[in-house]
Design a protein around this ligand. Structure first.
Ligand code: NDP
Length: 245
């Protein structure tokens, strides 16, 4: 694969899809910054991964911490070739818009959209200066399909969708690529936040839908997109469980 010898910065690396992507990149000898607000979990993952990885505790809603994020990593991790904007937040479960809480909306938009923009703003100038780089934005099928009772999350992901298109356009004259991944239901904590610590409730939640992706399924798609030759840009990829449409 062409991803070897590169350096990646993965947000939300402690869990679920981000963890699976980090593990897949590490298997290809990519040097990785593991960024997540779950400091203990990324430290544990760094100890477990047998490779060149650096755990970076980072809350992507913290503007000054994001602006300084590259200063907090060792010099050999600073020239980022692959940015995986994966960290995401939801409140778990479904709730009608008129019953939702503005504080929850802020947390969702601040993480999924503004946080992603901040991290990109911190890392993209280096990619432009070096003349290469891949940005992977994890949006969601709910960016484009209507999912009732998930308005703030869907709006945040629709924002990521449009942002990805616009940045891709702005970078069209450069070798940089912007890859948007739109997964459907995937077995991770974000879906079952309200069931955390309750394995049986989480199992029943996924059973209702009959089928779900595993984080490794999404990671495989990311690796496929990253391993394309430089003139091929996988701009958008839908990844759904087979029983969805
Ligand atoms: P997980 O909850 O398993 O992983 C998300 C990780 O991001 C967690 O470690 C989480 O920490 C971290 N995180 C959340 N907010 C922040 C923040 N402000 N700063 C730094 N880290 C943060 O969920 P997934 O693996 O499913 O989520 C990965 C991405 O995939 C998200 O963008 C999600 O929206 C997207 N996605 C997921 C789908 C699914 O069905 N699972 C479907 C489509 C898209 P903490 O545990 O503290 O929240």
């Amino acid at each position: 694969m062409t991803v070897r010898q590169r350096t990646a910065f993965v947000t939300g690396a402690a869990s679920g899809i981000g963890r699976a992507i980090a593990t897949s990149l590490q298997a290809e000898s990519v040097r990785i910054v593991l960024a997540d607000r779950q400091a203990g979990a990324i430290q544990a993952l760094a100890s477990q991964l047998d490779g060149d990885v650096f755990p970076l505790p980072l809350d992507i809603t913290d503007a000054s911490a994001v602006d300084a994020c590259l200063e907090r990593v060792p010099a050999e991790f600073r020239d980022i070739d692959i940015l995986v904007n994966n960290a995401g937040h939801d409140i778990g479960g479904r709730i009608r818009f008129d019953q939702g809480s503005p504080d929850d909306w802020s947390a969702i938009i601040e993480t999924n959209l503004i946080g992603l923009m901040r991290v990109t703003r911190a890392i993209l100038p280096g990619m432009i200066a070096r003349g290469h780089g891949d940005i992977v934005n994890m949006s969601s099928i709910s960016a484009l399909r209507i999912v009732p009772e998930q308005a703030p999350y869907s709006a945040s992901k629709a924002g990521v969708h449009m942002l990805s298109d616009i940045i891709r356009g702005e970078l069209a004259e450069t070798p940089l690529r912007v890859i948007e991944i739109m997964p459907g239901l995937t077995r991770t904590n974000i879906v079952t936040t309200r069931h955390r610590g309750d394995e049986e409730a989480a199992r029943q939640y996924f059973e209702r839908f009959g089928m779900a992706l595993d984080p490794e399924d999404v990671a495989r798609c990311v690796m496929f997109a990253l391993s394309q030759p430089p003139h091929v840009q996988i701009a958008q990829m839908f990844v759904l469980p087979t029983n969805r449409w």
